[in-house]
Write a protein that binds this ligand. Structure first.
Ligand code: FE2
Length: 721
């Protein structure tokens, strides 16, 4: 019997192994004289938690006992039995280390169905992370038993071999029962809870430490928002400003005091060009919130723009109506912000929100530029329509208000609700309804990594009452909750189907709108994911009937509909999936949202929002109600003060960072699948993704504003930051 133990290089504490007791196992009905059992473990929980170099010499050992559940060859219908085949004692090991143990087996065990690993607890924090177990037969065959779970306290894990099985594939009582028990246990651990009325349900846990050990971050300190924001401000040399609330900057150049040291190519370009109309328009296509712009098919009544107003902006000698008909007019409407309460948590600073409507025009250079902005939803004399032909500061302040409104929708709707909270729904449903042996669990679990954990931490420190979010954001103090509640009505299944959503907005024509890189790259990545999902489905579902009969899949889909979408028919989320085609689309929605969509709206936050006048997280004066009165002083007074600017920068910096050892799209180091066809499908997926990376790199060459957020080598597998 062989035992292999590995650890992450970071782990500096010792691991104690005990000896392994040897027995005979009979595999696949053939009597064997010797069997080898390999177990591979890593990431000892106590080392990461404590984060010190403490040595454990002299401490009592923790023990892990391995057992094989088998059906004897001679009596295949006999109920399970659990002969103990090994006892693992940890020895002091550092880094990745492998120990091998020979054991003697003298008993005919029959075909091995399950492996049970038990652990004895001897001292504080001796949790054990088991990656997988390999059983080797004397004939040289290997049976893999993936685990990738923590064994804590006095607990045990019972493992199936790595071949993925649908519920209908399991014929024996032992396997059926194991499947059922696993889900029963998971459903006790992963419970739904309503965080706020009308929200998609989230995990039932008050804090990160209450979460099941398997989904916690390795190092909770690493995702402490307070610590990370403070560290970011320190690294950016701006922490001297962090308590300077109510202290205004003197002019735009003054913002550079907190900017110049930390600028990068894009943010610097933003700083230099933020006032220009083309830059304002470009961000609707390729900034960090490229999801709001849509083609305008009719000028809404609430925006009474006339031809006179926009004539000097139109370049084709057409009327506004004709331009609309030709598809050259676009619109962004921030109606959702109408009626949302502004942050009142600081009595010394009154903060304001607006709900603008912005009309845009595709000019002869195919650039999208703004041509009219109304800052409120109700037209009237106190709600003028601002135009590029207005006084410089009138037009600039109107654009700043749109940028600020865009920031709010981006953070709360595009980012929080439509990637973080939605992915958490998929994740909880997966843990509750799909056992580890299910092919769709194996497919999805890498895309759910740390999602519940990051959201729980955010609810604990960031977006809770009195959380960090309140410090600098005008939608803090409860406004963000109202926004999510309102945005739920637009959270439809079709809006998460990327190509369909782009089409519904009238933004699908590459010919008409040539510089929409978010769309172009998004479609490529969507297609690659869909093709991968189709390949995997093809392996396990030989017909649509098999999809219909998969009770676990159907329970998963139903959970998402009932608890995630709150049973709202209008969401368009399916209650049941009947075909392989629909299943491929459904899985693509899940994987794309968790990976590509989140990357597109998360990792550009520093690029686009660090130059504060381009994305003010709050406004400290009400929107202007007349033209001709705006001064530079009024604009600076409206923009965030030094303290709020500083916290905002710390936030967008911290949120834009990749994690250490980030796993990017298609990287699956945990081998949940063992079948060759799936490994081939993964290799094909990675090849497709590599081609997309090359095409994007080529396209970006010599561009002043490269678009790289959807390059697969920059798309993490899951929502984890
Ligand atoms: Fe995020």
């Amino acid at each position: 019997m062989l035992l292999q133990e590995s650890r992450t290089a970071r782990s500096l504490l010792s691991i104690l192994f005990s000896e392994l007791v040897r027995r005979v196992a009979v595999l696949q009905g053939i009597a064997q004289q010797e069997t080898e059992l390999h177990t591979q473990g890593s990431r000892m929980g106590f080392q990461h938690r404590r984060g010190t170099d403490t040595q454990t010499h002299g401490k009592p050992p923790s023990e892990v006992c391995a057992a094989l559940c088998s059906v004897p060859a001679a009596k295949p219908k006999m109920p399970r039995r659990w002969p103990c085949v090994g006892q693992v004692k940890h020895h002091c090991l550092n880094g990745f280390q492998v120990d091998s143990y020979d054991v003697t087996v003298e008993e005919d065990l029959g075909e091995i169905q399950l492996i049970k690993i038990e652990k004895r607890k001897y001292w504080y924090q001796d949790d054990w992370y088991l990656k997988h177990v390999t059983v080797k037969t004397p004939l040289g065959d290997y049976l893999e038993f993936p685990c990738y779970r923590w064994i804590t306290d006095e607990k045990e894990v019972v493992l199936r071999d790595g071949r993925a099985k649908l519920p209908r594939d399991d014929k024996t009582q032992i396997l059926k029962q194991h499947r059922r028990k696993e889900l029963e246990n998971r459903q006790k651990m992963y419970r739904w809870k309503e965080w706020h009325p009308g929200f998609p349900l989230s995990i039932d846990a008050h804090c990160h430490s209450e979460l099941p050990r398997d989904i916690q971050f390795d190092n909770e300190k690493g995702i402490d928002f307070i610590l990370n924001y403070s560290k970011a401000m320190e690294n950016l040399y701006i922490n001297r400003f962090m308590h300077m609330f109510q202290s205004s900057w003197s002019d735009f150049a003054d913002f550079e005091k907190i900017f110049v040291r930390i600028s990068n190519t894009i943010s610097e370009y933003v700083m230099q060009h933020w006032k220009e109309d083309f830059m304002f328009g470009y961000q609707f296509l390729n900034g960090c919130n490229p999801v709001l712009i849509r083609r305008c098919t009719e000028i809404p009544k609430k925006l009474p723009v006339t031809m006179d107003m926009v004539e000097c902006s139109l370049e084709r000698n057409l009327t506004l109506e004709e331009e609309v008909k030709q598809g050259n007019i676009f619109i962004v409407d921030y109606e959702l912000l109408d009626g949302v309460d502004a942050n009142k948590t600081d009595p010394c600073t009154i903060q304001y929100l607006a709900a603008p409507i912005c009309l845009l025009y595709k000019n002869l250079e195919n650039k999208i530029v703004p041509i009219a902005i109304q800052l409120g939803q109700k037209p009237g004399p106190e709600n003028p329509i601002f135009l590029p032909s207005d006084a410089t500061y009138d037009w600039l302040l109107a654009k700043i208000w749109v940028r600020s409104s865009d920031f709010h929708i981006h953070q709360t709707v595009t980012h929080l609700l439509r990637t973080h909270l939605v992915s958490e729904v998929f994740s909880i449903a997966m843990f509750r309804q799909l056992p580890a042996v299910h092919p769709l669990f194996k497919l999805l679990v890498p895309h759910m990594r740390f999602t519940i954990a990051i959201n729980t931490k955010a609810r604990e420190q960031l977006i809770c009452e009195c959380g960090l979010f309140d410090k600098a954001n005008a939608t803090g103090g409860g406004g963000h909750v109202q926004m999510v509640q309102k945005a739920m009505k637009d959270l439809t299944y079709s809006s998460l189907c990327f190509p369909e959503d782009i089409k519904a907005k009238g933004m699908d024509s590459k010919e008409d709108i040539p510089y929409y890189y978010y769309r172009d790259d998004g479609i490529r990545v969507w297609e690659a994911i869909k093709s991968f999902a189709e390949d995997v489905i093809q392996i396990y579902y030989e017909s649509d009937e098999v999809v219909c009969e998969d009770v676990e899949l159907q329970a998963f889909v139903k959970d998402i509909y009932m608890y995630g979408m709150r049973g709202m028919k209008s969401s368009g989320f399916p209650k049941v999936i009947k075909t392989r085609e629909k299943l491929a689309e459904y899985l693509t929605v899940i994987i794309f949202t968790a990976s590509a969509q989140h990357a597109a709206v998360n990792f550009g936050q520093y690029d686009w929002c660090s130059w504060i006048p381009n994305a003010p997280p709050t406004m400290r004066c009400p929107p202007p109600t007349e033209k001709g009165t705006v001064t530079i002083e009024q604009i600076v007074e409206s923009l965030p003060d030094r303290g709020r600017s500083c916290w905002h920068l710390g936030a967008v910096w911290a949120l834009s960072q990749f994690q250490d050892n980030e796993l990017f799209l298609g990287m699956y180091p945990d081998e949940h699948f063992v079948e060759k066809p799936v490994k081939e499908a993964m290799a094909k997926f990675r090849k497709n993704l590599d081609e997309i990376v090359s095409a994007i790199t080529e396209r970006n060459k010599n561009k002043k504003l490269p678009y790289y957020y959807l390059s697969p080598n920059r798309i993490p597998n899951s929502v984890a930051v």
